[in-house]
Write a new protein. Structure first.
Lengths: 458, 855
């Protein structure tokens, strides 16, 4: 990665004094993850240019800092080459004094805004959008970003050129904070004291920055729990499902349905149906992050509440969510969270009165669905089974959803009312249940409700 | 006074012995004389265990709970158990009888009664028994009151030792249970329900090689090569010649060449012969009428024969159990009324179906025992294995056929019925075929069979442990992303790279692979070009019917192709079917179906191009590295060059940046050979390199010359999409040949190839220290650049990359190989799905271990 700082303030060679580096020498910067070099490609009175070059140790990088965390990405990656948090650390190490705005030789100059040009390359930047502009322009920079071409078209990097008249210390502070903000990847060196560092380096300008929340969030994001490392090796997409939010569209389903507050209504409706059925023990199969469980444990009528999910990550979140709620809910022992899959018969929940399958069946491949049916309706045979699933007909009303697309990338199918009813009736007939259909959410006269519901009972 | 005759206590080697005797009677010393210390559970000792004081009566409740718990575990493990407590009251003994019943152990009572005086004296001699004579006296009275009732309490054997002398002189001798014939290793021919079908029986035993000579009561049966007949019962009723069938069975049993278990019809006839009141129905009248024609003497013989028949037999070292209506795992080799009941009638719900027949619970679908169970009772169109059980009643008397199962060959010999002798209540005709009985029984897999810490027994490596967290990771991957488990009968093992080379500029070289196998005693290896595509396992059936029958899938697919992690290779099922159709055509032309006598094949293959599956990886990971490294290093190099030009001492930095920039450029080129656009199926290349399995056989026993010849045969058909793997043999002791092989590798890799795989010529190779790595990969330097990064071969980087540890990778490679072999061994043997699935699941679990993915 490459960073250069140019000034045309006369005499430009004073840049050496400000940076405390002699323009005619090469200055090595020892870093825990490699080596940096500061040198001056040009040093004339009219124009002086300082360059910081990093030679990161790719071997040490993938060995990980302290081992485990590095393992999941123990592979070739762009870390040694892209401008990232490593560059910030190097900047701080190489120009520590300059960053504080102190200069022994030129104290007045250090306090003065001077014309500066800065180049950072390659800097990760999302295609489209104006994040760079939003980040740097409010700080007084003129921003120019040239997209770097890869072998097969535009890459994810830009060569960033900033021009402005600022104090050098401020310019360095901006780079220190905002380079990692641009980097969508995980910052393995981000430690617990990073919040303080951010505030310390950002100082006043960060507090006043219109994008301060974005900055804080992106600066601190992407710390992962070790527990998920094993899964990440097997199913990277499970990992990326809850990866960095702002690099991808927000989860489509939620975004589509958000204005309808649909999920809350869906869950309230399911709780109502379960109460109506007189269930005392309930298994929420595919409980996800436990939003239905949260409601169920608050109802005294449910003596036993079981949440089951295949995702360890989702269960971790459910546990957190329910723990937060613990105050005022004395009977947490009624609740158990189980790691399990809907494709395996499971004695741990088989004896419940009622089973809830809320927005679950559409996540199963069609050829696994009969297995779920067999497990629930033939093996466990609870008195009540509540199934909710998207009504595909209603999708036509979502403007942002292309025709034929599903509401969520992990959906394996979405059914019309007729398809759902056929499926449900066949189950009811084959397994001795009666079934009633209803809907949740706004109901369109022709296309039906947003979510369709089947309540099976026997 | 004469010494009393010594009493011989002749007890079964599996039973629950309940000692009965007052305090001081000498139970413990009697027990210690005749039983192992671990067999005897003493209430005193347990009292001590729970409260440190063997005489603290307040701890009795806990102590007895402990005695019961230990006894329960022992009985569960089929271990003879002795309850050493006073057990004076019937109420005390009741729970032991119940416990014995629960585990189908014979309850045996041994009353130890040396007389009151002896008891009092012995108690006096013991410091911890400071009670008066009243205690033993009351106990003895209580025991005497209960003696007569012991049989009614449920004790099947009652031994009374009523004096010091008898106690001293008594001897305990254990015998195997009557049903326990594990010593007899056969071989056996197990014959289904005969029901008086004498003609078919004669034809069947003749076909099996038995010779039946003589007529009437002089009939004699002799067996071929030490074989034995085993009848699953129901010899009588319904059919045309019940006496004739009985004569053969009796003669064979008397000659010591047959075992006969009792069927429900045999029992009913036996009760009728004993003069008991029975309802005559279900063909009993035929037996009665036919026996009326016989001499009284024959009827007498038949009566004894039928009455003495056993509930079941446990044979061949415990590998085989035969019972009329089947037997649950926990009943085999045990005895109780429940065992006899089950063996005679099976398990029914108490309801009847539309034909008025009892609705049976499908015990076989839930059977998990290690003994195979062969049974009859329920007529089925064909005998078919389900969970290591098989029903050989093929309804001969109803016009079906008479079936024998040969053991241990597991082959079926059948004789069709000459005619319908009796109209069945329920039609015998098979229901329109859906899938195999085993597949039906395998509809559901159980969470408990895959979760938690587990051990899998494999033939190649014995017991392989699976860590709980790895199983958890596999559960999510398996349930959310993998194919239906019915397809997923195999996953390829990971492969270790060769030992790291010390040669300048190289991480891997062929020389180390040759040395590896040479040191492990291999003379010949096979070198195969390593295709750079995506690993694929191909299950190819001749048609969707075969897929349904053999894999139990109801999806209508005629095969499947899956990746290393068990996912569908193609998101689009039609595309998969289209490729399968082309592969099928190749197998047709190569006549593989005929050659291997199979209608399905399982291939291990590589599908090219790499970009077909890995385009996301290239876009997200490799291409950005290329872009970032080339631009960053170019800018840095230019800046350093400018600085150097004006005299700043950065020449070394400049030159190093030039080298780094050149490596970055090479990186951008490294994967080019593995990338081409896939516009249609025509652009895909499939290189099969193992034919893993086909009907009834895995092909791990064939060497790689065979596997390569199959691959070449397929490619030679000129089939679209099928491509060959370049390969050669190498004799490791031929130095020149090794050098030549190294040059071959250099040429392959210089031309853009990934590298090669070196395998022992045998698929499964063993050395002095056991199983040897089945393959090592030797990758080329430019391919490794993709894996290790643009600058990996800078000397300072290479020096550290050489410090890679291969141990964990190799352990996993061997374990996964053994598990894959095990999965297919089980699958081809028709094992229940859960047995195959646990192996495949374990491979996926092992793959979640944190091992450097660059290896």
């Amino acid at each position: 990665m490459y960073l250069s700082i140019v000034t045309t303030h006369s005499p430009a060679t004073d840049l050496g004094f400000l940076l405390m580096k002699h323009p005619d020498r090469a200055h090595d910067v020892e870093l825990s993850f490699g080596r940096g070099t500061v040198f001056f490609p040009q040093a004339e009175a009219g124009r002086c240019e300082a360059a910081l070059i990093l030679d990161l140790d790719p071997v040490a990088l993938v060995r990980g800092r302290g081992g485990a965390e590095g393992v999941a990405d123990q592979y070739v990656n762009d870390r040694p080459y892209a401008a990232s948090s490593f560059l910030s650390v190097a900047l701080n190490k190489a120009f520590r004094t300059a960053m504080t705005g102190v200069s022994r030789e030129r104290p007045e100059l250090a306090a003065t805004a001077i014309p500066l040009e800065i180049v950072v390359a390659p800097l990760p930047a999302p295609r489209g959008g104006d994040l760079l502009e939003r980040l740097f322009a409010p700080l007084g920079w003129t921003v120019e970003a040239r997209r770097i071409e890869g072998a097969d078209g535009p890459s994810r990097y830009v060569e960033l050129r900033l021009a402005g008249t600022l104090r050098l210390a401020d310019a360095l502070g901006h780079l220190y904070v905002l380079i990692p903000v641009m980097d969508a990847d995980k910052h393995y060196w981000v430690g617990d004291d990073e919040v303080e560092k951010l505030v310390a380096k950002g100082g006043a300008w960060l507090a006043a920055h219109p994008e301060r929340e974005t900055i804080a969030r992106r600066f601190l994001k992407n710390r992962r729990s070790l527990a998920r490392a094993a899964l990440a090796r097997l199913a990277p997409e499970a990992e990326s499902e809850d990866g960095p939010e702002d690099e991808r569209a927000p989860p489509r389903e939620e975004a589509l349905e958000a204005p309808l507050r649909l999920h809350d209504r869906r869950l309230d409706a399911v709780v109502g149906l379960l109460k109506e059925a007189g269930a005392r023990s309930v298994a929420d199969l595919g409980c996800g992050e436990g939003r239905l469980l949260q409601r169920l444990v608050k109802e005294r009528g449910f003596e036993r509440v079981i949440g089951l999910d295949a995702s360890i990550r989702a269960l971790e979140r459910a546990r957190e969510r329910l723990k937060r709620d613990r105050a005022g809910v004395p009977s947490m022992e009624r609740l158990s969270l189980l790691h399990g899959a809907l494709t395996y018969r499971d004695a741990r929940w088989a004896d419940v009165d009622a089973v809830a399958l809320v927005e679950v069946i559409e996540h199963l491949d069609a050829d696994r669905l009969p297995t779920l049916v067999e497990i629930v309706f033939a093996a466990a045979r609870p008195k009540t089974v509540i199934v909710t699933t998207p009504n595909a007909e209603y999708n036509a009303l979502f403007d942002s959803l292309p025709a034929g697309a599903f509401r969520h990338p992990d959906h394996r199918f979405e059914w019309s009312r007729a398809q759902f009813h056929d499926w449900a009736r066949a189950i009811a007939e084959g397994h001795g249940y009666s079934v009633a259909f209803s809907g949740i959410g706004e109901e369109h006269p022709d296309l039906g409700p947003v979510t369709q519901v089947a309540v099976f009972s026997r | 006074m004469n010494a009393p005759l010594p009493t011989l206590l002749d007890i079964p080697d599996f039973c629950l012995v309940v000692l009965i005797g007052a305090t001081g009677a000498g139970k413990s010393s009697f027990a210690s004389r005749w039983f192992k210390p671990t067999e005897v559970i003493s209430s005193d000792y347990c009292r001590g265990l729970v409260c440190d004081d063997e005489s603290d009566q307040s701890a009795s409740a806990d102590a007895f709970a402990l005695v019961a718990a230990i006894a329960e575990k022992r009985l569960k493990n089929r271990r003879l158990t002795v309850i050493d407590a006073t057990n004076v009251r019937a109420a005390d003994r009741k729970s032991w009888v119940e416990l014995a019943r629960r585990w189908h152990a014979l309850p045996v009572a041994i009353v130890v009664d040396p007389g009151l005086d002896v008891c009092i004296q012995r108690n006096k001699a013991r410091p911890d028994r400071d009670f008066g004579p009243g205690v033993p006296q009351r106990m003895i009275q209580e025991i005497h009151r209960g003696l007569r009732g012991l049989a009614n309490e449920g004790f099947r054997q009652i031994w009374k030792l009523s004096s010091v002398q008898t106690i001293e002189a008594a001897a305990v001798e254990r015998r195997p249970m009557w049903t326990d014939k594990r010593d007899d290793t056969g071989p056996f021919d197990v014959i289904g329900d005969v029901h008086g079908c004498l003609d078919e029986l004669r034809l069947l035993v003749a076909a099996l090689g038995y010779v039946v000579e003589g007529e009437g009561d002089a009939v004699a049966v002799s067996a071929p090569h030490g074989r034995k007949l085993v009848f699953v019962g129901d010899l009588v009723d319904r059919g045309p010649d019940v006496p004739g069938v009985l004569r053969i069975a009796m003669a064979a049993q008397e000659a010591g060449v047959a075992y006969v278990v009792q069927g429900n019809h045999d029992r009913k006839l036996s009760r009728w012969l004993e003069g008991r009141k029975v309802t005559v129905g279900h063909g009993l009248q035929e037996s009665i009428d036919q026996l009326a024609q016989e001499q009284a003497e024959f009827r007498e013989r038949a009566k004894t024969f039928l009455a003495d028949l056993r509930s079941h037999y446990w044979l061949d070292g415990g590998k085989l159990a035969v019972a009329h209506a089947g037997l649950k795992e926990e009943m085999i080799g045990r005895g109780s009324p429940a065992v006899r009941e089950f063996a005679l009638f099976g398990e029914t719900t108490g309801e009847t179906d539309e034909f008025g027949l009892p609705v049976r619970l499908d015990w076989a679908a839930n059977f998990r025992g290690s003994s195979a169970v062969v049974y009859g009772h329920t007529p089925t169109p064909d005998a078919e294995w389900v969970n290591n059980t098989i029903c050989v009643d093929t309804g001969c008397v109803f016009g079906g056929k008479l079936t024998a199962l040969q053991w241990p060959e597991r082959e079926l010999v059948e004789v069709p019925a000459a005619r319908i002798y009796c109209e069945p209540a329920r039609p015998l005709a098979p229901t329109p075929e859906t899938r195999a009985l085993q597949a039906e029984a395998d509809r559901l897999l159980d969470h408990a069979d895959v979760s938690g810490r587990r051990w899998i027994d494999t033939t190649l490596l014995r017991r392989i442990p699976i860590a709980e967290e790895n199983a958890a990771a596999a559960l999510e991957a398996m349930s959310r992303f993998a194919l239906a488990p019915q397809w997923l009968v195999y996953l390829p093992p990971t492969m270790s790279p060769v030992e790291t080379s010390a040669r300048d500029g190289f991480l891997e070289r062929p020389e180390e692979a040759f040395a590896f196998f040479r040191e492990r005693g291999q003379r010949e290896v096979v070198l195969e070009e390593k295709h750079m595509g995506s690993r694929a396992v191909v299950a190819l059936c001749r048609d969707a019917d075969v897929a349904r029958r053999r894999f139990g899938v109801l999806s209508g697919e005629s095969g499947q192709i899956w990746t290393r992690s068990g996912r569908a290779f193609f998101a689009d099922g039609a595309e998969c079917e289209a490729l399968l159709a082309r592969l099928r055509a190749a197998c047709d032309s190569a006549r593989l179906w005929e050659t291997l006598a199979t209608d399905w094949l399982l291939f291990d293959a590589e599908i090219m191009p790499w970009s077909a599956k890995a385009s996301a990886l290239i876009e997200q990971q490799y291409a950005p590295v290329a872009a970032a490294s080339s631009i960053g290093l170019a800018l840095a190099h230019a800046a350093a060059a400018r600085a150097a030009a004006r005299g700043v001492p950065v020449e070394a930095l400049r030159d190093r940046l030039a080298i780094r920039a050149e490596k970055a450029a090479r990186y951008g080129e490294a994967w080019k050979p593995y990338v081409w656009p896939v516009r249609s199926l025509d652009d895909l290349r499939v290189a099969p390199f193992h034919l893993l399995a086909s009907e009834g056989a895995t092909h791990f026993d064939k060497d790689h010359l065979w596997h390569m010849s199959i691959a070449e045969t397929l490619a030679a058909t000129g089939a679209q999409n099928v491509t060959t793997t370049r390969w050669r043999r190498l004799a490791l002791d031929d130095t020149a040949a090794c050098e030549e092989a190294t040059r071959w590798w250099e040429e392959l890799t210089e031309a853009g190839g990934e590298g090669m795989v070196v395998k022992p010529q045998d698929f499964i190779a063993r050395g002095a220290k056991g199983l040897i790595q089945p393959a090592l990969k030797v990758r080329g330097p430019e391919y490794l650049r993709i894996i290790y990064g643009p600058e990996y071969d800078l000397p300072e980087h290479l020096a550290r990359l050489r410090q890679r540890g291969l141990g964990a990778k190799r352990t996993n490679a061997l374990r996964e190989f053994a598990l894959g072999h095990e999965a297919l061994t089980r699958f081809t043997a028709g094992a229940p799905l859960r047995k195959t699935h646990e192996c495949v699941f374990a491979i996926l679990a092992l793959e979640s271990e944190p091992i450097d993915p660059r290896l």
